[in-house]
Design a protein around this ligand. Sequence first.
Ligand code: GLN
Length: 200
Amino acid sequence: TPTIGVLALQGDVREHLAALTASGVRAVGVRRTSELDAVDALVLPGGESTTIDKLLRAFDLFGPLQARLRAGMPAYGSCAGMILLADRIIGGIEGQQTLGGVDITVRRNAFGRQVDSFETDLRIDGVDGPDPVHAVFIRAPWVEEVGPAAQVVGRVADGPAAGRIVAVRQGASLVTSFHPEVTGDTRVHRLFVQIVRDTL
Ligand code: GLN
């Protein structure tokens, strides 16, 4: 059984731990390098990417985590986590860095003020079943550009943002603009668990 960490510096850590446990893996919070060393894969939760970036550096985790990612550790980033795993960012604050690893350009807070938070149903490649995924967006980024190494696996289906890219896979990394951990539907986490199992 794989052990999957959840980066526990800021954000909705508890919900990811619960979704991972429900998906049949060991799930642990990661705050220090010794904890990072003990996990097979990592979830980067939603929250505030600028804060998580600062805390990663304050906790001396930025370099070690980037090294694990570059060595191929599977990672799933939701919302702020997507921003942290993106190679390029539009609309970051002065000095904001990302860990990178996924060949995409993300736009922070992309959906605009009127639709800061919204919910919609969409399809994700690799998520089975007759029901679409209910996607919850909270001050979410979208993916503005996808490089050749990355693969689009989900887009907004309808409404003003129809066609916007909100889920991408690259190797053993998965990123989504939305928050599957708040809906009780564990299929996105199960997809990540399958990626981790296939990688180990
Ligand atoms: N707007 C946040 C950021 O830029 C992300 C919001 C979220 O994770 N729900 O990090």
